[in-house]
Ligand binder design. Structure first.
Ligand code: GDP
Ligand code: MG
Length: 732
C-alpha cells in the first residue's frame, strides 16, 4: 500500500454510471493514480483535490448497487470502507433514478458511514420533470444533501465542503430500519450475540454484521468465524432456522425479504412530496420508447447483430491502418538497425528479437484503443446493458452471463478478434465465477492471428471449400467455448449464477472526454503489462531458434556450398537464358535451406520439436510443425512464419505464402487429415503468451494460467486425434 493510504480521505461511492468518475476527474484533475485493489482486478483510483487552500485526498470507489458480497466490486467497497474508514463518503446519486440510487445509500447508512448525498445529474432530473425536496430528504435521513451536475462541476465544491464538515462519529449506530416480524427478532438476537462476543464491532456495526449474515453473505460469516468460530456456528444456525421458516411461510429467502423491506423503506422516503414527477416528460418513458424497438423480440437481435458487427468491423478494418503504420514504423526501424549494425548475432538479436517483437506488441495498441472506445461508448450510452439483457437467457443456460457476449465477440466471436482485449473486456462482468468461465473459454475463438494458418491450410488442402472451412472453424470456436463454459460451471467453478438485477439504465449521450479517458486507461494498462512480457517472449523465441549454434566444422561446408552457389549466380553472363538463371537461383535457395535445416535441428527449438514428434505423430504432426506450435504459444502470429522457416524456405510472409503452400502440398507427410487436425489444434490449444498473462491478471491466479495451457492443449489433442483418425479414413 502507498504511504498516502493512511491519510484521512473522502470516498466517492455510488451506482455504476452515477457520475463518480466524472466528479473525481473534476476534483483531482491530473493529480490521480490508477491501480488495483490487492488480489482482485477491480480498479482503484485515488488522487488529491485542492479545496479552500488545503489538500484533500480522494478515492473513487468502484460502482455498486449493493454492499452484499455478490461481486468483487461490492466486496472491495465495503472492505475499503471498513478497513480504511474515510473521513466521509460522498454518495453520488443519479437524481433521475433516485429510488434505485437510494438503495445503496440505505446500506451505507446501515453500515454507519458518515455521508453526504450528492443529487447528481440534477439537470437531467429537472429536464425529466422530477422535483426533489432535498431539505426534506436530508432531514429524513439525517445527512446533508447537495445538488450537483458533475459533468460541468456545478455543486461539487459544495459537496466537498459538506463532506469535510461532517462530524466523524464512528461510535454511532448505523441507520436502523425494520425488516418485518419474521426477521426483526432474529436480527436483534444475533446483534446481541455479536455485541457480547465483541467481534469486529470496531469495524462494522453489530446489526449490520447480523444483517449481512442473514442475507447469506459468506464473506462476513467467514470473517466472524476467524475471530470466534463457536459464535459463527450459532449465528449460522439462527440464520438457517429463520431461512427454513421463511421458506415455509413465504416461499422465499431472508435475502429477498430484506431486499423487499429495504426497497419499501426507500419508497417511503420519497413519499409525501419528497420526490414528485410531472407526467409526460419522463426520460425513462423516452428510453422505454426506444427500447420498444431496440429490445424488441424481432428487431432487437437484428439491430444487436448489426451493432456488434459494426463494432467488430470498424475495430479491425479501421484499426488495420494505424496497426499498419506501427508495423511500418518498426519495419523501417529494423531496416535502419540492419544497416547500422554489422551482420551477426547482435544484429539478429536487435532486429529479429527486439524490434520485431516490440512492433508485434505495439501494433495491437491501436486495436485495443479503438475496441475500448466502442465498448466505453456502448456502456456509457446504456446500450451494452440491453445487449447483455437480450442474450442473457441463452448464455445463462451455459453458466455464463449476458455480459459475456462482448468479451466473446472481441476475442474472435465473429472471427478475427483477439483474446487480449477480449480478456480485458471481461471486466464488465460482476460475478467472479462467470468472469472466470468467460476468461477461460474465450481463447477458443478464431482470433486474427490464427486466421493466416486457416487460410493457408484451407487454401492448400480444401481449395474448393475455403469459405466453408473458415465458417466451420468459427462454429467450432463457439461450440467449444459454450460447451467448456458449461462444463466448467458444472464442475470446478460451480456456483449459483448471479441474478440479472441490472436495471436498464436510461439512454444517455456520453461525453467525449469520458470516452477518451476510459479507453486510454485500458490501453496504457495493456502497454505496461503485456509490453514487457511479450518483448521477453520474442527474444526467447529468437534465442531458442538461434542457439546453440552449429559447430564451425559442421557449418563450414554448408556455408561454403552457399558461397559457391552465390558465386555461380554472380558469374552468370548478363544474357544467360532465364531457365538457367532460375536453376542457379534454385541451387542457392537449396544450399541456404540445408544450412537453415541443420541449424534449426541443432537449436533448442528444433530439439524440442524433435522431442515432441513421437507424441504428435498420432495427430499427424512432424517436428517442424511442433516447433511452429511451440513458438505459437509465444505469439500465434509466429506459427506460419515458423512453419516457413522450419520447412527451410526462409521467412514466409503470411500474405504471400505461395512457396510454403506449394511445399506443403507436395510434402508426403501432409494430407487433408493433417490440415484439419492442425487447424483444430491451433484453434483450441494453449492461448498465446500475452493472452495468458492477461488471463492470469484478470482471473487473479497462476493456477488459471496453468489450467489454460494444460487443459486447452489436452482438449486440442483429443479433438485433433479424433479429427485425424476420421480424416484419414475419409481422405486416404
Ligand atoms: P461512474 O460510473 O459513476 O464513474 O460514472 P461516470 O462518471 O463515468 O459518468 C457516467 C456518465 O454520466 C458519463 O457519460 C458522464 O458524462 C455522465 N454524467 C456524469 N455526471 C452528469 C451530470 O451531472 N449530468 C449529466 N447530464 N450527465 C452526467
Ligand atoms: Mg467510474
Amino acid at each position: 500500500m502507498s504511504e498516502t493510504s493512511m491519510q484521512p480521505y473522502i470516498a466517492l461511492a455510488g451506482n455504476p454510471n452515477s457520475g463518480k468518475t466524472t466528479a473525481f476527474n473534476v476534483y483531482t484533475g491530473a493529480r490521480q493514480r490508477v491501480g488495483n485493489y490487492p488480489g482482485v482486478t477491480v480498479e482503484r483510483k485515488e488522487g488529491t483535490a485542492h479545496h479552500e487552500g488545503s489538500t484533500v485526498h480522494i478515492v473513487d470507489l468502484p460502482g455498486t448497487y449493493s454492499l452484499t458480497a455478490y461481486s468483487e466490486e461490492e466486496l472491495v467497497v465495503r472492505r475499503e470502507l471498513a478497513e480504511r474508514p474515510p473521513q466521509a463518503v460522498i454518495n453520488m446519486l443519479d437524481a433521475s433514478a433516485l429510488e434505485r440510487s437510494l438503495y445503496l445509500t440505505v446500506q451505507l447508512l446501515e453500515m454507519g458511514q458518515p455521508l453526504v448525498l450528492a443529487l447528481n445529474m440534477i439537470d437531467e432530473a429537472r429536464a425529466a420533470g422530477i422535483r426533489i425536496d432535498r431539505h426534506e430528504l436530508g432531514q429524513r435521513l439525517g445527512v446533508p444533501v447537495v445538488e450537483t451536475v458533475a459533468r460541468n462541476g456545478t455543486g461539487l465544491a459544495e459537496a466537498l465542503s459538506a463532506a469535510l464538515a461532517v462530524e466523524k462519529n464512528r461510535e454511532k449506530e448505523g441507520l436502523t430500519i425494520s425488516y418485518g416480524s419474521d426477521i426483526d427478532p432474529v436480527l436483534a438476537d444475533m446483534q446481541v450475540q455479536i455485541e457480547k462476543a465483541g467481534v469486529a464491532t470496531h469495524k462494522y456495526p453489530a446489526r449490520w454484521l447480523a444483517l449481512k449474515i442473514l442475507e447469506g453473505d459468506a464473506d462476513v460469516l467467514a470473517e466472524v468465524r476467524k475471530v470466534d468460530s463457536t459464535l459463527a456456528e450459532r449465528l449460522a444456525v439462527s440464520c438457517h432456522t429463520v431461512a427454513g421458516h421463511i421458506q415455509k411461510t413465504l416461499k422465499t429467502s431472508p435475502e429477498a425479504v430484506i431486499s423487499d423491506y429495504r426497497h419499501g423503506f426507500v419508497r417511503g422516503l420519497l413519499k409525501d412530496g419528497v420526490m414528485t414527477q410531472e407526467d409526460g416528460r419522463d426520460r425513462l418513458a423516452f428510453s422505454d420508447k426506444i427500447d420498444k424497438v431496440l429490445v424488441n423480440a424481432f428487431s432487437g437481435p437484428l439491430i444487436m447483430f448489426a451493432v456488434l458487427y459494426m463494432v467488430f468491423y470498424l475495430t479491425f478494418e479501421v484499426g488495420a491502418y494505424p496497426q499498419g503504420w506501427v508495423e511500418d514504423f518498426f519495419g523501417w526501424l529494423g531496416g535502419i538497425a540492419t544497416d547500422a549494425i554489422p551482420p551477426g548475432l547482435l544484429q539478429s538479436l536487435i532486429v529479429s528479437g527486439i524490434i520485431d517483437g516490440l512492433g508485434g506488441i505495439l501494433s495491437f495498441v491501436p486495436l485495443i484503443l479503438i475496441m475500448f472506445l466502442f465498448i466505453a461508448f456502448l456502456e456509457d450510452t446504456g446500450y451494452m446493458a440491453r445487449i447483455a439483457y437480450m442474450v442473457d437467457r441463452i448464455f445463462r443456460s451455459f453458466g455464463l452471463h449476458g455480459s459475456s457476449v462482448m468479451a466473446y465477440i472481441t476475442a474472435g466471436g465473429i472471427a478475427g478478434g483477439c483474446a487480449i482485449p477480449g480478456a480485458m473486456a471481461t471486466r464488465t462482468l460482476r460475478s467472479p465465477k462467470e468472469k472466470l468461465a468467460t476468461l477461460l473459454t474465450l481463447p477458443y475463438f478464431p482470433c486474427g492471428a490464427k486466421l493466416p494458418v486457416f487460410l493457408l491450410l484451407a487454401g492448400v488442402f480444401f481449395p474448393d471449400n475455403e469459405a466453408t472451412v473458415m465458417m466451420l472453424m468459427l462454429l467450432a470456436g463457439w461450440s467449444f467455448a459454450l460447451l467448456v463454459a458449461w462444463l466448467l460451471r458444472s464442475t470446478i467453478i460451480r456456483g449459483k449464477s448471479t441474478p440479472f438485477v441490472m436495471e436498464l439504465p436510461p439512454y444517455r449521450l456520453p461525453t467525449l472526454v469520458s470516452l477518451l479517458v476510459h479507453c486510454w486507461e485500458r490501453g496504457w494498462m495493456y502497454i505496461k503489462k503485456a509490453g514487457t512480457v511479450l518483448l521477453a517472449a520474442s527474444i526467447l523465441i529468437w534465442a531458442s531458434m538461434t542457439f546453440p549454434q552449429l559447430d564451425t566444422e559442421k557449418a563450414a561446408p554448408l556455408e561454403a556450398a552457399i558461397t559457391d552457389a552465390e558465386s555461380a549466380l554472380e558469374a552468370l553472363a548478363a544474357d544467360a537464358p532465364d531457365t538457367l538463371r532460375t536453376e542457379v537461383q534454385a541451387n542457392v535457395d537449396t544450399a541456404r535451406a540445408i544450412l537453415a535445416d541443420a541449424s534449426l535441428r541443432h537449436s533448442i527449438a528444433g530439439r524440442i520439436g524433435l522431442a515432441l514428434e513421437p507424441f504428435t505423430r498420432p495427430i499427424g504432426f512432424d517436428w517442424r510443425t511442433d516447433v511452429a506450435l511451440v513458438s505459437g504459444i509465444a505469439a500465434k502470429e509466429a506459427i506460419v512464419s515458423t512453419l516457413g522457416t522450419a520447412y527451410s524456405l526462409g521467412e514466409v510472409d503470411p500474405e504471400e505464402s505461395e512457396p510454403l503452400a506449394a511445399r506443403l502440398a507436395s510434402e508426403p507427410g501432409w494430407s487433408p487429415a493433417t490440415a484439419l487436425s492442425l487447424m483444430l489444434f491451433v484453434l483450441l490449444y494453449s492461448p498465446c503468451f500475452v493472452a495468458l498473462v492477461v488471463i492470469r491478471n484478470e482471473a487473479g491466479g497462476w493456477r488459471w494460467l496453468v489450467f489454460s495451457i494444460v487443459f486447452n492443449t489436452a482438449l486440442a489433442y483429443a479433438v485433433s486425434l479424433l479429427a485425424y483418425s476420421v480424416g484419414k479414413s475419409i481422405w486416404s
